[in-house]
Design a protein around this ligand. Sequence first.
Ligand SMILES: [Zn+2]
Length: 253
Amino acid sequence: MIRLPRVPVPEQARDLLARRTRNVEEAGGTSRAARTEWERAHAPKKHVRTALEGMARGAVRCMYCDDSRATDIDHFEPLERAPLRAFEWLNHLLACSHCNSNAKREQYPVDGDGNCLLVDPTAEDPADHLRLLLHTGEYAAVADSAKGEETIEVFGLNRPDLVKGRQDAFHRARSNLRDWHQLRKQADHEAAREAARVAQALLDSPFVDVVHVMARLTPAVALIVVGPLTVPALDAWKAEGGPWARWTAGWAP
Ligand SMILES: [Zn+2]
């Protein structure tokens, strides 16, 4: 799971969403009313989907697992629990059908004060609660983070296919980075174009959370985790003006 800065929806969409919320209120504000209104709200859903697809990475990857194509608009706080948030833009994320329908479903754990115990990657940096162990491909909660533990459990972030996928992605990413670095060192235009294509392919690939974590390793840890063969390429990748700096440009500190 990686941070995905939220964009505003167009003004026209905001009006449509507000009108639909009023409809739910007028129909009694129940989850049934919200579900009925949601099912027939084709135009607002189209706006929401378009905006979310612009925020998703690569070939519209799921915002939770970073693997499968995101097919479903997920209500982060479920309709059953918060019918009046059915048309709230900040409550919409894009998920694959497995994460949405098999893993998360209607779950929305909260702490004793009612605060949500799931990481919303469009509202906060998942790295505050989740640590990806590159060698095993597994997520672990950052020390004492109940939110991290619940997030791993509810989204099934350590299901075997994802763990294996991240292990493979880690090997591929190191190889891609070294290729990219070699191409970048050549002086001709064709090599530069090829380097740009390799960089973009890496950023668009599934499990971009692996690439994300690699880029955030401290130099001492990077030497151990990615190995001395790849460190020079990773340093160039992270350098000012490099692909990583451009990718994260505009993120709030
Ligand atoms: Zn998913």
